[in-house]
Design a protein around this ligand. Structure first.
Ligand code: FES
Length: 309
């Protein structure tokens, strides 16, 4: 163990040359922020790019570099689902089951893929190839239902196409996303990109597909344009005008509002029928409703009993 190596509660350390490299890269990341602790999110991606997940030694390294406690680093790492707290597969397959994708077939895709791989949410196949997860909306609803592999888009999926996709990944065959990069990088590689180190592939493949561009194309065909923005940056307040002062007399406005409320309450009191009165068209109030138990249960619906606990 070298003097610089970061101790962890599990006794795990990075080999000296790995730690030196990670610290060098971490220094580049930290230098991009006015306050070092702001670099925590990319640093977590950085240690994840080394270990394939945020390991205890990664937590220790981030804490040491940023002057934070291990608890503070862990609190952030456990908050975001992009940080994995146990060894992750080489490829994370995410099936969007958020509202729009779900109704367009996402739920069915999830069921079929999960059954096919024999794993559930946040679980990994025995060969360490694929981790499966249910995703929230990926802002790709125009291509629903969407599946992502290491954050690359596979649009307009079906249960069959999604199973073909995971089979190809499991067989080690390259897969091509619908948009973006031409092939999918590994989870470790993509974590390094997310840490802030470009892999030179940002311009590969189509950035926007037909569904995204459709509205723009129609607008161009019809000659529709957005209203011009009014540039009010040149409008200066009068020299004597104090812009922090409200333009209305607050006290007078409050007084007026109170008067109006009082007036409204009095009017309601004058027009409100007595408790027992029944308005035309309103069902007659029945005490039976109040005491009616849930049919067949002998108790009120929604009332928990000891049996429910
Ligand atoms: S609901 Fe799936 S991408 Fe938006």
């Amino acid at each position: 163990m070298s003097e610089n190596q970061t101790p962890t509660t599990t006794g795990q350390f990075y080999p000296a040359e790995v730690e030196t490299r990670l610290r060098d890269e971490a220094a580049q990341i930290v230098s991009r922020y006015p306050q070092s602790r702001s670099a925590l999110l990319p640093l977590l991606h950085l240690v994840q790019s080394e270990d394939g997940y945020v390991a205890p030694r990664g937590i220790g390294l981030c804490a040491d570099i940023l002057g934070l406690t291990r608890a503070e680093v862990s609190a952030v790492a456990t908050f975001y689902s992009q940080y994995k707290r146990h060894p992750n597969g080489e490829y994370t397959v995410g099936v969007c089951t958020n509202a729009l994708c779900a109704v367009m077939g996402g739920d069915m895709i999830w069921d079929k893929v999960s059954e096919h791989l024999g794993i559930g949410h946040d679980e990994t196949t025995a060969d360490g190839k694929i981790s499966l997860e249910q995703l929230e909306c990926n802002a790709a609803c125009d291509y629903a239902p969407v599946v992502m592999v290491n954050w690359e888009f596979f649009d307009n999926q079906t249960p069959t196409s999604a199973i073909d996709l995971v089979d190809a990944i499991a067989a080690g065959q390259p897969v091509t996303p619908t948009r973006g990069a031409e092939t999918v990088a590994t989870f470790k590689e993509i974590s390094h990109v997310l840490a802030g180190f470009e892999d030179g592939r940002a311009d590969e493949g189509p950035a926007a597909g037909e569904a995204t561009l459709l509205g723009l194309r129609i607008a161009r065909e019809k000659g529709w344009t957005a209203p011009q923005l009014v540039d009010d940056t040149d409008v200066q307040p009068e020299a004597h005008e104090d812009v922090t002062e409200p333009s209305v007399d607050v006290a007078a406005a409050e007084e007026k509002a109170e008067e109006a409320m009082e007036e409204r309450s009095s009017a309601e009191r004058r027009t409100e029928p007595p408790e027992s009165a029944v308005r035309p068209g309103e069902p007659k109030k029945s005490t039976e409703m109040k005491d009616d138990p849930e049919p067949g249960t002998g108790r009120d619906a929604g009332t928990a009993t000891e049996d429910d606990q």
